[in-house]
Write a protein that binds this ligand. Structure first.
Ligand code: MG
Length: 252
């Protein structure tokens, strides 16, 4: 079990930088979302994101991270996370996870949304809605004196009540001076386990939800995570802080 002490507590000054980073990231993502249209390649979306990241005078967090070649992850349909932008052309009816990270004044912020291209099958819309709602269920448990796994449990319970499954091989994370800090934040688990949450902890919470079964595999490119059963998957993520008056979403 991760000891409480390995989770960094941010100072008010650090929280102010992280708040601003989240704000910038949210506006970048809002603009990039507009370029997710039928007929564009995922590479073109990445180029647009890079332009916007430079325009806002922040740095892309993912480009070069362990050799990742792009500024954003774009994961289409059966792709869960970590899709590499390339020649894939978005088409009507696709669902696309757009995951973006930036660095602002040496602090990281990380967020993801899943967007439907044009007219979407109602069951895919349901998958996206449940995934987004499960993120808020988790965030709602990110409160002082709760345990870490209360977040995990709330996400799993909400997803399974809606007859979808949570991905287990990939998890949320602490964030701050590094993109991935302690603790790991699974999207499943029993409640009341793990570290006790304290004000000043900053987390990237990110449910990945599959329409079919939970297991995933990684493609030969070494990055792209897909569902083993080939069924669609959705992904939402916010960077949040635990405050004395409840959770604060930085990337809204
Ligand atoms: Mg993340």
């Amino acid at each position: 079990m991760t000891p409480d002490t390995s989770i960094s507590i941010k100072t008010p000054e650090e929280l102010q930088v992280l708040r601003k980073a989240g704000n910038i990231l949210a506006s970048i993502v809002n603009e990039v979302k507009c370029s997710l249209k039928s007929g564009v390649t995922t590479r073109e979306v990445d180029q647009k994101a890079e332009e916007l990241i430079r325009k806002h005078k922040v740095l892309p967090a993912f480009k070069g991270y362990r050799g990742f070649p792009a500024c954003v992850c774009l994961s289409v349909n059966e792709e869960v996370v970590h899709g590499i932008p390339g020649d894939r052309i978005l088409k009507e009816g696709d669902i696309v996870s757009l995951d973006v990270g930036i660095v602002y004044k040496r602090y990281y912020s990380d967020t993801a949304v899943t967007i439907g291209i044009g007219k979407i099958d109602p069951i895919l819309q349901k998958l996206m809605d449940v995934t987004s709602e499960s993120l808020y269920e988790g965030i709602n448990k990110a409160r002082v004196n709760n345990h870490l796994s209360d977040i995990s449990h709330a996400i799993q319970e909400y997803v399974e009540q809606n007859h979808f499954s949570v991905v287990r091989e990939f998890v949320g994370h602490g964030i701050g001076k590094r993109l991935h800090e302690d603790p790991e934040i699974p999207n499943f688990g029993s409640p009341h386990q793990g570290p006790v949450l304290k004000a000043g902890m900053v987390f990237a919470i990110e449910p990945m939800v599959n329409m079919g079964r939970s297991p995933t595999r990684i493609l030969g490119d070494g990055w792209t995570v897909v569902t083993q059963d080939g069924k669609p998957s959705a992904h939402f993520e916010h960077t949040i802080a635990i405050g004395n008056n409840g959770p604060e979403i930085f990337t809204k």
